[in-house]
Design a protein around this ligand. Structure first.
Ligand code: FES
Ligand code: FES
Length: 158
């Protein structure tokens, strides 16, 4: 079936199989490989993108479900050559080792800060509980979210 989806502010028409996931379309059809494949079953968060303002595991979303819902991937956070404050904070805190989890962590953090600009430690833990970092960088990731909270407050970006 042919569907039209909006990704990072651009409309794309793609032919999809009913079994194809949003993650597969993003990576394989649109070349947006910043979104990672980890578990493929909604348990690791590596594939997290924004659907509207909500963080979702794109490996669990049928591609056709994205019709009418603006999708933002890690590639869509940068504006006019400037990284999003959450991206800047992850760099400042060196909140990654292999970085395989990083785009998912950042997208989940962006969703958190949009909904809760001044999150508590519990808010951060809850928001990231389905995002797994196999390198164990959690303390730096939490520090990055805290750092971003100050600068992202009141900021409506993606
Ligand atoms: S690849 Fe989607 S949650 Fe793990
Ligand atoms: S930095 Fe390696 S999985 Fe998180």
């Amino acid at each position: 079936m042919r569907i039209e989806i909006q990704v990072n502010g651009h409309r794309h028409t793609v032919d999809v199989d009913p079994s194809q996931t949003l993650l597969e379309v993003l990576r394989d059809e649109l070349g947006l490989t910043g979104t990672k494949y980890g578990c493929g079953e909604g348990r690791c968060g590596a594939c997290t993108v924004l659907m509207g303002s909500h963080a979702v595991a794109s490996c669990t979303i049928p591609a056709q479900s994205a019709v009418g819902a603006p999708i933002t991937t890690i590639e869509g956070l940068e504006h006019d050559g400037h990284l999003h404050p959450v991206q800047d904070a992850f760099i400042a805190e060196e909140a990654f080792q292999c970085a395989y989890c990083t785009s998912g962590m950042i997208m989940a953090s962006v969703a958190l800060l949009r909904a809760t600009p001044e999150p508590t430690a519990d808010d951060i833990a809850r928001a990231l509980e389905t995002n797994v970092c196999r390198c164990g960088t959690y303390p730096r990731i939490v520090a990055a979210v805290r750092r971003a909270a100050a600068s992202v407050s009141g900021d409506q970006r993606p």
